[in-house]
Design a protein around this ligand. Structure first.
Ligand code: HEC
Length: 730
């Protein structure tokens, strides 16, 4: 009897064991299928994988056959917008591609044919929305499927099957990103907080950074997690610390009430196994003068490791202290594995606008190559206390020039050289971290990088990073602005006051002469395009890359409209005291940036010797730069025999197991396939508009596709388009 019982127990035990293992196996199978753990064959998240490495294990398209690549389909979104580009890296789930249009519509199309399935427009009213959006998030519990998208200051959930907004999400169908960042009492101060990059999905939460303003008083860019079903906030990490929190003492007392920025605008990466979230933050605001934020300013310009489940701090490393140059960390940290002293180390790699690559141990934040704090020039600006040192990694060496002097002034022609020399002599120049001044400095590299939002792709088989780098100087010149002095606006009519307010708030983009500035539209003869009320509406709500100016009071807004439309000449301006920022202080001197300017020659080419944009291969194991190649050309210069200049780059590359890097990004509007070993271009395609986005690659029915948004425009100032183009072998 005893024996029989024993046998039965054993059988039952075996059965339990069998079913539990089957269960675990199935769980893992499902998880592996959806999370693509380690195979890199899908493109279900922004930049391909949780570590944002834009690497694909697909190898059907390879060095040997890439020359045969043909257009497989083209999708036109039908809503071209002049002033912005599409920077979207589309995701592909179950053979459906989800992307974003120039006017921020979300769409679902068949990934094999490009045939439209649905389109969701968050701006149903005027169809004039727009702005930057680099991607979207997908979430499923196996049954329900949701797409998350940011538009204006809203986080919206969409039913992935129908394209309908999920109205039960958040309040009235969305999460208002403005809420909870700062409860500023007693004023109308209000900002439109948006987000230009997607979040990450973790444990039924969507975790996200934000894009906030860069002005005095702008909101802080705290990192937040929301429940994917309800939109309820689950946790918030204060990137501008509050009393009692780590880093609070790196700011003036109570600065958190007014200081802002420090936002992870470029996206996040996540190590699911360790439950660690990685963020890279931007500068503290105001960006170019830190008189109101004396101190080191944690957690601005930091790589931060955060417990993804709770939002608790794990470690940080600050890459620029008390930033005065808008050297935001421009892309999410790359989660990579490197080999050092024959040991595999899970690491974090961070590229910067300065052209540095920082490498840290993923668990502890310990640098993998020594970093030296070196003394830098001291600011002489009133009120400023620049930080005495800045970190310089010993390896890899900088990927762009970090010094400006006469020897690097452009030599493409003697006219260009003389023109730039004359211009440059108006300003101070020298090494990186030369502090901004009223005379103005030549900032090298400029605040458009070095590296930019386009980030770096990393070959997960070799640990080699490929990154597009700009090598173009900016001019940073501060202007004093005396604010809110009692009587400043005495005896002024609406137009006169409007002009002062316009210079203070708007001219950095629209130009003091209203003629616009590159990517920013002119406002001359605005009356031919819109009514005063419509203009006021733009000022209040913001539009596209223009933030809302609702912090200004009604009289101030009306004054600017009067200035733009040349009306109300006989109406007196009535100043509200104290001003709309309500500091309780009647006088104040602040400094703002005169203009967002690059140092250019008489024809608009960069003011330094080429190359102006390069693609670089960096071995993260050894820290060595393997190759560096100019990317792109200007046809007008090529015709004169000036070749291989590279152009300003905006757009990411991806690297594949087929041995290729696919990248658009260059101003010549070409899409290229590059040999990852040599840097040689093997195939190129002239896009109908610039490909200023990061491509995606995926497989449907055994065929590999590479797709890129080709919408031009934006910062690159080339023609606009509305294309998504997919390529495959015939
Ligand atoms: C950060 C740069 C920036 C700043 C600062 C800025 N704008 Fe704009 N503005 C833009 C961009 C970009 C657009 C175009 C948006 C679009 O595509 O419709 C725009 C559009 C406008 C328009 C509509 C123009 C048209 O032809 O449709 C008006 C009016 C305007 N801005 C007024 C202002 C005023 C007044 C201020 C200051 C209070 C201001 N802007 C500050 C970037 C800026």
């Amino acid at each position: 009897m005893k024996v029989r019982y024993w046998v039965n127990y054993q059988r039952i035990f075996q059965k339990i064991l069998f079913y539990t293992s089957l269960f675990i196996f199935l769980q893992c199978f499902i998880a592996c299928k959806t999370k693509d753990s380690g195979t890199y064959k899908t493109w279900e998240v922004y930049r391909g994988d949780d570590g944002t490495n834009a690497y694909s294990g697909l190898d059907q398209i390879k060095k040997e056959n890439v020359k045969q690549l043909k257009v497989a389909w083209t999708y036109k979104t039908g809503d071209i917008a002049d002033y912005f580009s599409v920077e979207c890296n589309p995701i592909i789930i179950n053979d459906i591609l989800y992307g974003i249009s120039p006017r921020l519509k979300t769409f679902a199309i068949n990934a094999k044919t490009g045939r439209e399935i649905w389109v969701f427009d968050p701006f149903k009213k005027d169809g004039k929305g727009g702005g930057l959006n680099r991607g979207i998030n997908f979430w499923t519990d196996g049954n329900e499927k949701r797409i998350f998208v940011f538009a204006e200051s809203k986080l919206i959930a969409i039913d992935a099957k129908t394209g309908n907004q999920i109205v039960s999400f958040g309040e009235n169908g969305y999460v208002d990103l403005n809420k909870g960042l700062r409860d500023y009492q007693g004023t109308e101060w209000h900002e439109n907080v948006g987000n230009t990059s997607p979040g990450v999905i973790y444990h039924d939460m969507i975790i996200t950074g934000s894009s906030v303003g860069e002005e005095y008083g702008s909101y802080p860019g705290h990192i937040r997690a929301y429940d994917v079903r309800t939109g309820k906030m689950k946790w918030m990490f204060h990137t501008v610390p509050q009393p009692g929190e780590r880093g609070y003492d790196t700011w003036p007392k109570d600065a958190y009430k007014t200081a802002g920025g420090c936002n992870a605008w470029s996206g996040l990466s996540i190590d699911r196994k360790r439950g660690m979230l990685f963020a890279a933050t931007g500068a503290a605001s105001f960006d170019f003068h830190g008189g109101e934020r004396v101190g080191q300013n944690l957690f601005s310009n930091c790589v931060i490791a955060i417990d993804a489940a709770t939002g608790k701090y794990i470690w940080h490393y600050q890459v620029s202290h008390h930033d005065l140059w808008d050297y935001d960390l421009p892309s999410p940290p790359n989660l990579v594995t490197v080999k050092k002293d024959n040991k595999l180390i899970d690491a974090v790699a961070q590229i910067t606008k300065q052209g540095f690559v920082f490498l840290f141990d993923r668990e502890t934040g310990t640098p993998l190559f020594p970093i030296e704090e070196k003394p830098v020039a001291v600011s002489k600006m009133p009120g400023e206390q620049s930080w005495p040192t800045q970190p310089f990694p010993s390896k890899p060496l900088p990927l762009c020039r970090q010094h400006f002097d006469e020897t690097i002034i452009t030599d493409i022609s003697s006219e260009a050289h003389d023109f730039v020399l004359k211009e440059a002599k108006k300003y101070d120049w020298g090494n990186i971290y030369l502090p901004p001044s009223e005379k103005g400095i030549i900032q090298m590299p400029g605040f458009r990088g070095g590296a930019e939002w386009s980030g770096a792709c990393v070959d997960m088989q070799t640990g080699i990073m490929y990154v597009g780098i700009n090598d173009i100087p900016n001019i940073v010149q501060l202007i004093e602005r005396k604010e809110n002095i009692a009587g400043e606006f005495d005896n002024m009519n609406m137009q006169q006051a409007g002009k002062i307010l316009f210079t203070r708030n708007c001219s950095a983009c629209h130009g003091a002469d209203l003629k616009g500035n590159g990517q920013f539209p002119p406002l001359l003869q605005i009356e031919k395009r819109m009514k005063p009320d419509e203009a006021k509406n733009v000022i209040e709500k913001g539009r596209g890359m223009m933030a809302s100016f609702n912090k200004l009071n009604d009289e101030e807004k009306n004054a600017m409209v009067s200035y733009l439309f040349k009306t109300n000449e006989n109406k007196n301006f009535i100043a509200k005291q104290p001003d709309s920022l309500n500091t309780g202080n009647n006088t104040r001197t602040r400094y703002s940036l005169k203009d967002y300017l690059q140092l250019l020659d008489q024809n608009g080419y960069p003011g330094v010797k080429p190359p102006w944009g390069t693609l670089n291969a960096v071995d993260l194991n050894t820290g060595d730069i393997l190759w560096k190649k100019p990317l792109g050309e200007y046809a007008a210069l090529t015709a004169k025999g000036i070749t291989n200049t590279g152009t300003q780059l905006f757009g990411g590359g991806i690297v594949t197991a087929g041995g290729l890097i696919f990248i658009g990004a260059s101003q010549d509007e070409k899409f290229r396939a590059i040999d990852k070993t040599t840097g040689e271009t093997l195939w190129e395609y002239q896009l109908p508009a610039g490909g200023y986005a990061t491509p995606s690659t995926y497989e449907v029915d055994g065929k590999q596709y590479v797709v890129i948004a080709a919408c031009g425009g934006g910062r690159q100032r080339t023609k606009s388009g509305d294309y998504y183009i997919a390529f495959a072998l015939p």
